[in-house]
Design a protein around this ligand. Sequence first.
Ligand code: ATP
Length: 240
Amino acid sequence: PASSASLELNGVHAGYGDFAALFGVGLHVDPGEAVGVVGPNGAGKTTLLRVISGLIRPTAGSLRFDGHDLTTTPAHALPALGIAHVPENRRLFPHLTVEENLKVGAFSPAARPHFIARRDHVYELFPKMKARRHQLAGTMSGGEQQMCAIGRALMCGPRILLLDEPSAGLAPLVVQQVFDLVRRIRQEGLTVLIVEQNVAQVLRVVDRAYVLETGRVAAEGRSAELAADPAIRRSYLGGH
Ligand code: ATP
């Protein structure tokens, strides 16, 4: 895969109209690192990913990606920088086949020449997608659709992959398969930022994580430290 890149947010405020959802969020993801953002419903996790992928502009603070100041880069220029966002609802084209969805992911002039090589790489990463390549995406199971959405995001040759709740709505066994896939992707050296409510699972695949509560970073640390932290265990891991 293409080289990975680093991401850095400082004091980011963002929201919707008059409603503020993020209050001075700071975080960083180093090249090749996998980082999680966990927290309860409405904490601002999705909003954070939207800010990073340029869908929402911060009202204050700064974002840097691979040396580029994202606060001044126009939103339409962000995909070309290598930021791939897999949104919570996946947004596949249900009436297109798996392979056609992958083609959409490689639609930009820069990505088009790499279509065959990247498609074959995606099929190597998830053989199931190869077996299903002529199936309409909308007729697949939730887990298969999630894998297809991740595959499509990889088609642009990203330098960072943003995943919004990849386990949402999936059965436990399928959740395992999706996280295995994330593990393989990160083993290839791609930088990954993953938002999750499934704290126990995500802490098994990321190096570090941030706990977001009502739009603020309430805790951060290495995965093993957070998994052992009594307050985190009580709030998010059903422990004591
Ligand atoms: P969830 O896991 O439920 O998606 P989250 O941590 O991702 O939660 P966000 O979706 O980022 O949280 O929402 C943060 C806050 O912003 C919430 O109070 C939410 O109601 C509000 N919000 C989210 N999207 C919008 C929107 N399009 N317009 C107005 N308010 C929004």
